[in-house]
Each structure stands twice: as C-alpha cells, then as structure tokens.
Design a protein around this ligand. Structure first.
Ligand SMILES: [Zn+2]
Length: 292
C-alpha cells in the first residue's frame, strides 16, 4: 500500500522570515561507520553554524572493514590500504582523522569512539549484536545521553536490507533512549536521504525489532537543493560534498550522494507524541535558516 507522507514542515523560500528557537539545540549522532554522518550533514551544519547549536557524534565501529574501497586511498596515503591486513591495521586511525576533518566542516564538537570491530558486511543484525560488546555499548551510550541532555538523537533508518552494523547502531541508540526516564529522553529521529523529486523509503520498522517502529505518516525533511547565494548559484549539496571529500580512504559514499538529495527524518514511536511539536518547530527553523 502506498503511504501518504504528511509533511509537517514548511519550506521557506522567502528570506527574512524570522524563526528562532528559544533554546540552543543539542544533538547526538549515533552512527556505525566514519562516513555515515554525511546523511545528516546539512541539518548538522545549519544547527551549529546558523542556530548556535551543539552536535556530538558517537561512532560504533573502527571502520577497518572499509579496506575494500581503499583502492584510490592507496595513492593518498602511500600504503596498500585495499589489502586486508594493511587496511585493517591502518584504517582505524586514518578514518578517525577523516571523520574529524569532515566533522570540522559541519562543526561537530565532540566524538565518542566505541571502537567495535568493523568485521565485514552483513545484513545479519543478530550476528552484529553478538560480535559487538553490546552491554557495555548500551551502558556507555546511555550514560553519555543522560549526562549531555541532548534534544535530539539522529541515527540511520534501520530498514530491511541495510547493513547490519547500521541497523545495530540504531538499535543501540533506541535501546539507550528507551532505558531512560521518559521525562528526560531526547527525541530519536532515524534518517535517510532521497533523491529530489523521488519517493522516499516506505518504512514502518525493521522486521523483528519493534523498538525501531516509527510513527506512521510523519516525516520531516530538509531539501539540500534549496538555492541561495549570488544568482542562486549555490545549494546545500555543496556542504555534503565537502564532508564526503574528507573520506579519501573511501569513495562509495561520494557515488551514493551524487545528484541532489533531501534529508528525511522519521519520528521513533518510543518518543511518544509529546516531542512532535518540538521536532516540527526545529525543522521549520532548519528550513528557514539561511546563510547571510
Ligand atoms: Zn556505513
């Protein structure tokens, strides 16, 4: 059945509409691999650069499994990174630096590294849950979220067929949030990108993991194709390109993000409905905020 998405946001094309938040937005990104955060890059950039907000990142794996895509990185780093042994040795260090260089572009403040092994590509959630130290991850993630008092947590949409590491990173984030006192929880927003003008993913939950349920018919977006600047020659895909370009040991994300993209944010059912107004207001401001 085709789903009609009720879009709560309004896309402002007129400059000068004054929209402000009465708080400093604070966001945690929870991702599996060092380039996954490119998904949220422009909402993050606007939050830190235009709204005076704070964004931190919790990274689950050490990224060593990316050696398969390091053929061009060999020439950048002068090492045979695409050979498994060399890649697994050097990529954890290299990819942390790349992550932080990309993070500088969008203003990420702080990083929490969980250093789980990026063992290999699998869609198997249970295998990933078993291979990672999941109880300590959950404990540390919960304590970070409790201490920092984030307004929102962004994570990758855990759809069937997505990488098991991506889906487990999101499950960990949702479990951490669900374990907290409901009055102090941040709002969990699973995210994906779609091409401009195309339909987004039809997502309800990851099969077998009801914690991943989202509210039906609720989706918030930011369209990176919004134009601005001299003669309207600029758009926000530029920022995403800058972030991805820092990941020179990799490359596939660059191809995935080609063409204009729209950032989409679902609303996790575990949030209850109390956070809907706050989320709606946040994305109205994100859409309205423009560089001078
Ligand atoms: Zn990834």
């Amino acid at each position: 059945m085709k789903k009609l998405f009720l879009l709560f946001l309004v896309s402002y094309s007129v400059q000068g509409i004054s929209q402000e938040l009465d708080y400093q937005p604070k966001i945690l990104l929870v991702t599996a691999h060092p380039d996954d955060d490119a998904l949220f890059s422009v909402t993050v950039w606007k939050t830190t650069k235009l709204l005076g907000g704070i964004v931190d990142l919790a990274l689950m794996t050490n990224g060593e499994g990316g050696y398969k895509y390091s053929t061009l990185g060999n020439y950048v780093y002068g090492k045979e990174l695409d050979q498994e042994e060399t890649g697994r040795d050097y990529l954890p260090g290299i990819r942390k630096k790349e992550l932080m260089a990309g993070g500088d572009v969008v203003g990420i403040r702080n990083y929490f590294f969980f250093d789980q092994q990026d063992f290999y590509y699998t869609q198997d959630v249970e295998e990933t849950l078993e291979k990672w130290d999941t109880p300590p991850i959950l404990e540390r993630l919960t304590s970070i979220i409790e201490k920092e008092k984030y307004d929102f947590v962004f994570m990758m949409l855990p759809f069937n067929g997505n990488h098991g590491h991506h889906n487990v990173a999101t499950i960990m984030a949702l479990q951490a949030i669900e374990s907290m006192d409901p009055d102090n929880r941040p709002i969990a927003l699973p995210s994906w990108n779609k091409r401009e003008g195309q339909e987004g993913l039809d997502f309800e939950m990851l099969e077998g993991y009801p914690i991943t349920k989202v509210l039906p018919n609720v989706i918030f977006e930011f369209d990176r194709n919004q134009k601005f600047g001299f003669d309207d020659r600029l758009d926000y895909n530029i920022i995403t390109n800058w972030v991805i370009a820092e990941h020179k040991s990799q490359g596939t994300m660059q191809l995935l993000m080609q063409g204009g993209r729209v950032e989409q944010y679902w609303y996790a059912e575990i949030n209850g409905t109390d956070g809907l107004d706050k989320t709606r207001q946040f994305f109205e401001v994100i859409n309205a905020a423009q560089p001078d």
